[in-house]
Design a protein around this ligand. Structure first.
Ligand SMILES: Cc1cc2nc3c(=O)[nH]c(=O)nc-3n(C[C@H](O)[C@H](O)[C@H](O)COP(=O)(O)O)c2cc1C
Length: 413
């Protein structure tokens, strides 16, 4: 079974991730993973933390001479902020986050932050310092997910399966883009204040250039107002064979797994497939994806195998009855605006229960919607990798491929 586990605190020494269940024989490199790690770090509206970190996932096990061995792949991502960044009181985090007991005085975090895990976490885990909750609930952990997702993507590439993402809304500014997706365009150097020559499309991962500019203005406005902004991401996975997941049991449906995986990303508050919620306003005849006869197959991809059976539309978002149907999997997810806002929200003190006019302010982004898209890709890639291995098995990649290709031969009319 393909799975991964992460460990690590936001301002601790670093993050660990163990990816298990990969077959032997997959070419994997730290350089390949580094490209995804870098993609997670950029995005207009991110805060100071990303200027400190240069995330790099060091592979500690499971890979020899650039190829997986079938054993667990462990990776380590250093938090540079721990030793070289600026922590509370202008110093680094080595004492505040020391593993061993410390004599150094540090301030407990008690002004509970609305919209975070602080309140439920401190009460449930019986903590008198919300940092003990914040450190793990922080989305810093998502760096480890992206490392795991990158390996999953590398595996999926062997089957011509690709997972991409873009942003369709930030702060109420919606993309109107309806053209083809040129994914390379979104990876060009992002536009920042320091890099005005970069691409605005890349800065917010949005295909609509006019709206990308408006999104950037909205983020600037939110910053100027001491506020934050949320948005919508779209994850698109292509090349899936028909039949990943199953209709047989609720928890084995690929829809269950995909929705859960995307919902697990910090700040994601809703997920829809394909036409999603808009279907509530439509009649059945307008929604369902007509199945095309054989002579119309492969009209776009021209690829053998995948996508043989074909549909006129893809309102289902590539999933029917809890299984992939051969069309691209399209998932939209709504990301809430950041809860740690510069102006501060009213709250109470954990120790006294008394009113506090401003919750604790931890260094914060203005928006992280473009980053969420990259994390979404990672989570979706992991679910698809798991589903591929559930269906096709294999202890070596060659075995997985043999099983995969012989299955494809059976799914013609
Ligand atoms: C990439 C990323 C970066 C985030 N950065 C921040 C941030 O700087 N400030 C903040 O308040 N929340 C941030 N969040 C959101 C919080 O982690 C999240 O809202 C919080 O843990 C509560 O969880 P929930 O929103 O899922 O209920 C970020 C989320 C992601 C995915």
């Amino acid at each position: 079974m393909f799975r991964f586990l992460t460990a690590g605190e936001s301002h601790g020494k670093g993050l660990t991730v163990i990816v298990e269940g990969l077959p032997a024989g997959i070419p994997v490199s730290e350089k390949y993973i580094a490209a995804d790690m870098a993609r997670r770090q950029v995005g207009y509206g991110r805060g100071g933390r990303m200027k400190i970190e240069t995330d790099f996932a060091e592979i500690l096990s499971g890979v020899r001479h650039g190829v997986t061995m079938g054993s667990p792949v462990a990776m380590w991502i250093e938090n540079r902020d721990w030793s070289t960044g600026t922590g509370p009181d202008g110093v680094n985090w080595t004492d505040e986050m020391s593993i061993n007991p410390t004599d150094v005085e540090y301030q407990k975090l008690t002004k509970l932050r609305p919209g975070h895990a602080d309140t439920a976490g401190t009460l449930k885990y019986h903590q008198d310092d919300a940092r003990n909750i914040l450190e793990r609930s922080s989305a810093r952990e998502s760096a480890a997910r992206v490392a795991a997702g990158s390996i999953a993507k590398r595996f999926l590439e062997e089957f011509d399966i690709e997972v991409h993402s873009h942003v369709t809304c930030i702060g109420g500014v919606h993309s109107n883009y309806t053209g083809k997706f040129n994914w390379d365009l979104l990876e060009e150097a992002p536009f920042h204040q320091e890099n005005p020559a970069g691409s605005k499309l890349a800065a917010v991962r949005c295909f609509d250039s006019e709206k990308a500019s408006e999104m950037i203005e909205t983020i600037d406005q939110a910053r100027a107002n001491g506020d934050s902004a949320g948005g919508i991401i779209q994850i698109v996975a292509t090349g899936l064979p028909i039949g990943l997941g199953t209709h047989i049991q609720w928890d084995r449906k690929i829809t269950t797994k995909l929705a859960g995986a995307v919902m697990s990303i910090n700040a994601v508050k809703g997920v829809e497939f394909g036409a999603g919620f808009s279907q509530a306003d439509l009649f059945g005849s307008q929604v369902h994806d007509v199945i095309l006869p054989k002579d119309k197959w492969n009209k776009d991809s021209g690829k053998p195998g995948n996508g043989t059976w074909s549909r006129k539309t893809n309102n289902a978002g590539g999933v029917e009855g809890g299984m992939s149907n051969g069309e691209p999997v399209v998932i939209n997810a709504i990301v809430k605006p950041i809860a740690t806002i510069i102006n501060g929200l009213e709250t109470v003190d954990l120790h006294t229960g008394e009113f506090v006019d401003k919750a604790h302010f931890e260094r914060s982004d203005i928006t992280f919607v473009p980053t969420c898209a990259v994390i979404g890709e990672a989570m979706v890639a992991c679910v698809i990798a798991e589903s591929m291995l559930e269906k096709f098995g294999g202890d070596h990649l060659d075995e997985t491929k043999r099983n995969y290709h012989s299955y494809l031969d059976t799914i013609t009319p």
